[in-house]
Design a protein around this ligand. Structure first.
Ligand SMILES: NC(=O)c1ccc[n+]([C@@H]2O[C@H](COP(=O)([O-])OP(=O)(O)OC[C@H]3O[C@@H](n4cnc5c(N)ncnc54)[C@H](OP(=O)(O)O)[C@@H]3O)[C@@H](O)[C@H]2O)c1
Length: 304
């Protein structure tokens, strides 16, 4: 059972939000969940979560977590939350959004005397299930200390980076790296295959090497067996690369690798490759290299 007893609210039961709320519910927290498409949230009731019909019902919870898509969506749901006569004590916003959007939210919530933490995350739904999700958090330290036990229940812990919107820029930097690394991983995997070696053999070596990481390991089954079941969409990755490039322009930082990766991703999106995982960059790279890919049907671990 949790050591804390705040009443929690949860907005957004998409791929990430569902898995995160599930961990809180399984840990025994008192959590009420709202999702625009209610059926996606319904299975959380099995673990003790209460599914609410109206978003405004979450306004009487102590701490409300939010995990939707873009800043526009965050703004929309939080405006509805704040339209109710009661207000939560704190909002913990976990979606990947811009610094400017986050600052605007802070102002809005301040007007309503609601504490606010920017708390974006690293990891996909599988990573959450494995208990390895991490948070980067900014905002008032006292608010962080109140929210921290719940963040801990959702994964492998959080890093507090300071006041204001600092966590947003940390997350944007992280996802720029995600984009650049997946593109590089796809390029070299196709290069290795075209030179004559099976993808699984190359990736096994890479994963054991100093260049291997939790990320290269958990993407290996997709790259070997061409299972592109979506974990993160190309459009969501494009949003994050755009946030990185905008921040680079604002702060006068050249970002040549982010820029070219954004264009490669755009080519893929322009060709209609939008519904599968962002690691379909492998297919785009194979096509550009004149290589027809087949699943290797080899059992490879994801390292999680
Ligand atoms: N997937 C990853 O690996 C990953 C990792 C780290 C961070 N992120 C970030 O986490 C956030 C969520 O990503 P995801 O992969 O979970 O996306 P997703 O599966 O597409 O889920 C999006 C969620 O937002 C809700 N939503 C979107 N627009 C809304 C609106 N206008 N009003 C109300 N609800 C709305 C959706 O409701 P419906 O169910 O009704 O559509 C759904 O619950 C994004 O900011 C993403 O960049 C994702």
């Amino acid at each position: 059972m949790p050591t804390r007893t705040e009443k929690l609210g949860w907005i957004g039961a998409g791929r990430m939000g569902y898995a995160m709320a599930e961990r809180l519910a399984k840990a025994g927290c008192d959590v009420s969940v709202w999702n625009r498409t209610r059926e996606k949230a319904d299975p959380l009731a099995r673990h003790g979560a209460k599914i609410v019909e109206r978003l405004e019902e979450l306004s009487s919870r102590d701490i409300v977590f939010c995990m939707v898509s873009t800043y526009g969506d965050v703004k929309e749901v939080l405006a509805r939350l704040l339209s109710a006569s009661t207000k939560p004590r704190m909002v913990v916003e976990c979606s990947s959004i811009s610094l400017e959007g986050s600052a605007e939210l802070r102002e809005l919530l301040k007007k309503h005397q609601v504490q606010y933490l920017a708390a974006p995350v690293s990891g996909n739904a599988k990573v959450i299930k494995a208990g390895k999700l991490t948070f980067v958090v900014s905002g008032p330290k006292a608010a962080y200390e109140k929210a921290q036990p719940y963040l801990d229940m959702m994964g492998a812990g959080s890093s507090y980076v300071g006041e204001g919107e600092l966590a947003r820029i940390a997350k944007i930097c992280h996802n720029v790296m995600l984009g650049v690394v997946i593109q590089s991983l796809c390029e070299i995997t196709i290069l290795a295959q075209k030179a004559g070696m099976p993808r699984h053999a190359f990736l096994e070596f890479l994963n054991k090497s100093v260049m291997g990481s939790m990320f290269t390991r958990y993407k290996t089954p997709a790259l070997v067996n061409l299972d592109f079941h979506v974990t993160f969409t190309p459009k969501l990755l494009r949003k994050d690369l755009d946030l990185g490039l905008d921040a680079g322009r604002e702060l006068e930082v050249p970002m040549p690798l982010a820029s070219i990766t954004r264009d490669l991703l755009q080519q893929m999106i322009g060709q209609g490759m939008t519904e599968e995982d962002f690691s379909t960059l492998l297919l785009a790279q194979a096509k550009a290299s004149g290589l027809a890919l087949e699943p290797e049907n080899v059992a490879v671990g994801d390292g999680l």
